[in-house]
Design a protein around this ligand. Structure first.
Ligand SMILES: [Zn+2]
Ligand SMILES: [Zn+2]
Length: 151
């Protein structure tokens, strides 16, 4: 598959090259690829992985339990804060849930990375067998078959 732009001779070059570039930027949603123990790969958005949920007026980091200004620059900065990275390590995806990508938050709640929702401990098994969760899982698996990490 050829995705590069072939250079036409100078006289024939189209005038809309700038617009082509802009389109590429818009489509560039940061993703994270996770490879599980069984070698299966899942592709999810970077926000989902980091536990960042979009609220009405703010982003919220469910693990740091803090609000972040609603702009992508503040959000990307938050993901790189050492404290956030450390906290994220304290909430690994539970092996028992495998590809369902469930992190335990505390005794009574779990975070589903695939759906970016917080689920109570009583409902977590019902959640992972729900139709909407299964759809998210299928999407993450199918994305991984076409995903090529950017440099
Ligand atoms: Zn955080
Ligand atoms: Zn889910």
């Amino acid at each position: 598959m050829n995705i590069g732009i072939e250079l036409a001779p100078a006289l024939r070059q189209p005038k809309i090259i700038v617009e082509e570039k802009r389109k590429n930027v818009v489509n560039d949603v940061p993703n994270v690829i996770l490879t599980l123990k069984n070698k299966e790969s899942l592709v999810i958005t970077s926000d989902a992985y980091h536990g960042i949920i979009m609220g009405r007026e703010m982003y919220r980091c469910v693990f740091c339990k803090m609000e972040i200004e609603l702009n992508s620059k503040s959000k990307e900065l938050h993901k790189n804060i050492a404290k956030h990275k450390k906290i994220l390590e304290d909430y690994p995806h539970l092996e028992d849930f495998g590809q369902n990508l469930i992190r335990k938050m505390d005794k009574s709640s779990y975070y589903c990375t695939l759906c970016t929702v917080i689920v109570s401990s009583m409902l977590v098994f019902r959640h992972t067998s729900s139709e909407s969760h299964i759809q998210q899982l299928k999407r993450a698996i199918s994305k991984s078959s076409t995903y090529t990490p950017s440099q």
